[in-house]
Design a protein around this ligand. Structure first.
Ligand code: F6P
Length: 373
């Protein structure tokens, strides 16, 4: 019996998605003789029945392309904005799965996608996922595809910023993606030789970063590079947010609660502009001029590195092998040289944070990098 395979990409895009689509698609189609169909724009396109045939022609030449030929979105089946309202469209998605006579739906995505995919598996659909994200924060896999490319982009940016910071005797604060986890900032910071690296997992003290910069100045190095993850947070802000959250939880009267919530929203908004604030603080404390570079979506765009193409192709073909064995409800993980199916319930709702005793953290400390603590 020919198997029918659906494929979608969901969440933020990243380099290597097309290589993964091609990996699973070519192996399913050519090696196993299955039928493959792509759904556009993540779970939204699945709900709206928008499809693309994945055949020899559509999958040709995509290995090296960035982004995803299927398009993506951050829409979730159980909370989808439709016609000005947010509704649960899981039933429509389950119906469409059966209308297309799918044997399996392959979902390529990061943490959010693993969660949504797990919910669909609990509704009885056959699901397999693959771990993609430049953040590298999916658990039970050594690495996610997209990370290696973003690491190179961020490292090259730090390299380039060094010469201009040096020439102008400035502090350059470079913001690197990673809202909740700091793998990318830590990796690129080490590879690019940043003088300070700030990640969400290690709250920082601005005085200790200023000390490190001042001590460099005393040694004749009148410039510094600070690699800061998007979600890095100061010790002070951690305390203020905790206090505000506690206040919101404990406050009884409605009026007081509104005030407490407003305080929390204000703190969150202030935190969103944290990198600019940090640069100004460092300028004031050290007397050195500061500048900010936010790398943003540059880190997600463009052609995947050789390592990401290889990883995505390995995971994609391993996914087709699992479909052939009817092994569903799993994420295809990378473990050293092999791939391994891990149960979706073990992956969903969990993030892979940088442990404070991780070897990369120790490495950064040993070469004299300030981690802000
Ligand atoms: O995909 C993960 C990520 O790159 C995070 O590091 C970042 O916070 C987020 O995407 C931003 O993506 P978007 O603006 O597309 O929601």
């Amino acid at each position: 019996m020919t198997k029918f395979v659906g494929v979608l990409t969901s969440g933020g895009d990243c380099p290597g998605l097309n290589a993964a689509i091609r990996g699973v698609g070519k192996a399913a189609l050519g090696f196993y003789g299955m039928q493959v169909i792509g759904f556009l724009d993540g779970f939204r396109g699945f709900m709206e029945n928008r499809t693309m045939e994945l055949d020899g022609e559509t999958m040709s030449g995509i290995l090296t392309q960035g982004g995803t030929i299927l398009g993506t979105s951050r829409d979730k089946p159980h909370r989808m904005p439709v016609g000005g309202k947010v509704i649960d469209v899981t039933d429509v998605i389950v119906d469409n799965y059966h209308k297309h006579h799918l044997d399996v739906l392959v979902c390529l995505g990061g943490g959010g996608t693993q969660k949504n995919a797990h919910r669909l598996a609990q509704r009885g659909l056959n699901i397999i996922t693959m771990p993609k994200t430049i953040d590298n924060d999916v658990i039970l896999t050594d690495v996610t595809f997209g990370f290696d490319t973003a690491l190179s982009v961020a490292t090259e940016a730090i390299d380039r910023l060094h010469s201009t910071a040096h020439s102008h005797h400035r502090i350059i604060v470079v913001e690197i993606m990673g809202n909740k986890v700091g793998w990318l900032a830590l990796g690129a910071g080490i590879a690019g030789g940043a003088d300070a690296i700030l990640i969400p997992e290690i709250p920082y003290d601005v005085e200790s970063i200023a000390d490190a910069i001042r001590s460099r100045s005393h040694r004749g190095k009148r410039f510094s590079l600070v690699a800061v993850a998007e979600g890095a947070i100061s010790k002070q802000d951690v305390q203020a947010m905790r206090a505000a959250e506690e206040k919101v939880a404990k406050t009884k009267s409605r009026g007081a609660q509104v005030n407490a919530e407003a305080e929390l929203t204000h703190l969150e908004a202030q935190h969103a502009g944290n990198t600019m604030r940090l640069a100004k603080q460092l300028e004031k404390l050290t007397g050195l001029e500061s500048r900010v570079t936010i790398l943003g979506y540059l880190q997600r765009g463009g052609t995947p590195s050789a390592a990401d193409r290889l990883l995505a192709t390995r995971l994609g073909t391993a996914c087709a092998d699992l479909i052939n064995k009817s092994r569903y409800g799993v994420m295809v993980a990378a473990r050293a040289d092999v791939t391994k199916p891990v149960p979706l319930e073990d992956v969903a709702r969990k993030l892979k944070f940088v442990p404070p005793d991780h070897p990369w953290v120790g490495t950064a400390r040993r070469v004299g990098t300030c981690l802000g603590d």
